[in-house]
Design a protein around this ligand. Structure first.
Ligand SMILES: Cc1cc2nc3c(=O)[nH]c(=O)nc-3n(C[C@H](O)[C@H](O)[C@H](O)COP(=O)(O)OP(=O)(O)OC[C@H]3O[C@@H](n4cnc5c(N)ncnc54)[C@H](O)[C@@H]3O)c2cc1C
Length: 299
């Protein structure tokens, strides 16, 4: 299912409907979660995201939650905005306050917001200095994300392995996401990202390197977007005391925050998948690259 460009902000219900069409490969508490909305724990995360969409629907939150796309001039959710002035930065901060104070848990779209801001600047500088087309590719993806008001999570933290060693020195190479193969139509990557807040309930994940990389570490210098239920991705959810409390309580009203998940950390395990689309950008470089992620299944 490919989401059609609608150029409209999604309502909370439209977000929930869009989630029903995705089928990510998710495990939580050692069990396979077939349906995110039927599992008490995963549903609480999805409902937290729905609450963020609902906040943007409310006219009194418009200045904080809605911005104007610098690419199209259309109204967009602030979580998909590239900050271009002090007012944008102020409103980004106000959004963090409003969402935390209202929903009482993470705004799971916020890491994606920060990731796309860093990519907007980095790809622009790369194109200027290296004559690449990463920013052009990035903007095509951003327009798509904005037009469909997508929830985007950020996958920056790698599993890291032995902290004293560089990515290329690790005994287990998958502790950092890396390039496996470069193909005509994209790339194959492999590796583990950890602590991806809200990745299961997002439409897309932006994957970025978790630290500065050096000459010789080009295989780790990858930045791309990948669809939530793309083949090859497995999500292993954190299961903590709050999860157990939610899973086993008889009445959800006994919980401090009934609707929205308190549980915030999710692990994303990525086995190999094919990045396709703007393959000319699928070129690793020490400064990072940009490409569009796995092929989106068409309707
Ligand atoms: C609630 C929560 C939500 C999160 N959400 C996201 C998310 O959505 N997306 C995302 O990408 N990340 C997310 N993270 C991950 C977060 O960014 C990382 O936990 C953080 O960057 C630290 O990395 P780490 O846990 O691997 O710690 P480590 O790298 O293990 O660091 C632990 C400590 O050891 C020190 N240390 C590490 N290496 C060395 C060394 N070589 N020498 C000396 N000291 C060292 C560090 O300074 C630190 O004090 C989340 C984390 C939490 C807790």
């Amino acid at each position: 299912m490919r989401l059609e460009d609608t150029m409209a902000l999604k309502t909370a219900n439209e977000y929930l409907d869009s989630m029903k069409k995705l089928s990510p490969h998710v495990y939580c508490g050692g069990k396979w979660v077939k349906n995110l909305l039927n599992n008490k724990i995963t549903r609480s995360m999805v409902m937290a995201n729905a609450a963020m969409y609902a906040l943007a629907e409310d006219p009194k939150n418009k200045e904080v939650m809605v911005a104007t796309s610098h690419l199209t001039g259309e109204p967009i959710n602030r979580n998909l905005n590239v900050a271009r002035n002090i007012h944008d930065l102020d409103m980004r901060q106000e959004m963090a306050l409003l969402t935390s104070q209202t929903v009482g848990t993470c705004n799971y779209r916020c890491v994606g917001c920060d990731a796309l801001n860093s990519l907007a600047a980095t790809t622009w500088e790369m194109d200027r200095d290296l004559k690449t087309k990463y920013n052009e590719n990035f903007n095509k993806w951003l327009k798509y994300a904005q037009a469909n008001d997508l929830a985007v999570s950020g996958a920056i933290t790698d599993a890291k392995g032995d902290r004293k060693k560089r990515p290329s020195e690790q005994e287990e190479p998958d502790t950092f996401v890396h390039l496996v193969e470069k193909r005509q139509d994209g790339i194959v990557v492999r590796g583990i990202k950890v602590s991806q807040s809200g990745a299961i309930g997002s439409h897309e994940t932006l994957v970025l390197p978790g630290g500065a990389l050096r000459e010789g570490e080009e295989a780790f210098a990858l930045a791309f977007a990948v669809q939530n239920s793309a083949p090859g991705i497995t999500y292993i959810c954190q299961y903590n005391a709050y999860s157990a409390e939610r899973e086993f309580c008889e009445e959800e009203s006994e919980l401090g925050n009934t609707a929205s998940g308190k549980l915030r950390r999710w692990s994303l395990t990525t086995s190999s998948f094919l990045g396709s689309g703007y393959s000319s950008a699928a070129r690793p470089s020490t400064a990072g690259g940009w490409l569009r992620g796995s092929p989106r299944p068409t309707a």
